[in-house]
Design a protein around this ligand. Sequence first.
Ligand SMILES: [Zn+2]
Length: 167
Amino acid sequence: MKRTSIADRVARTFPPLACVRGFRYFTRRAVTLANVSESGVDAEVRGKRIQHVRLRVADGRLAAGCTCAAKLLGPATCKHVWAALLEVDREVALPGLRSTQRALVLGVLDAPPKRPRQTTPKVAAPPPAPPTTKARPMKPRAAKAKAHAPRATARTTAQPARARAKK
Ligand SMILES: [Zn+2]
């Protein structure tokens, strides 16, 4: 009897590059599982910086979150989540997902709150607007200090001006 692999069950949602890089973390033994239970696993993946992966099982479904930038694209694209899944398979954790080998869609979890610097709310914040679109005047109190930019009011037209100056 073939042992069911959770990584295999969700593999089709992962891009090959994430699998390659995640596999590298896994073979380097860079993945540490914690809080292993039937309903979930937390994992620490050590790369240049440590990323925290969270896997949760409910009703035969699997959801994942990661502290890396994969929040933007979803955990199903994340090499850390893939590395964690390989380690979960190695340790044969999350038995509730091993009764079938059918393909499994990976759900999205909020990333574990591990970065004290980040104070943004859980709802997805809009991406920072490029400076040229800042047409609305800000309240002076809210405006960021522009000590080094005395000509800040000319910012919106700075690019053509700079282009002219370069010639
Ligand atoms: Zn990640």
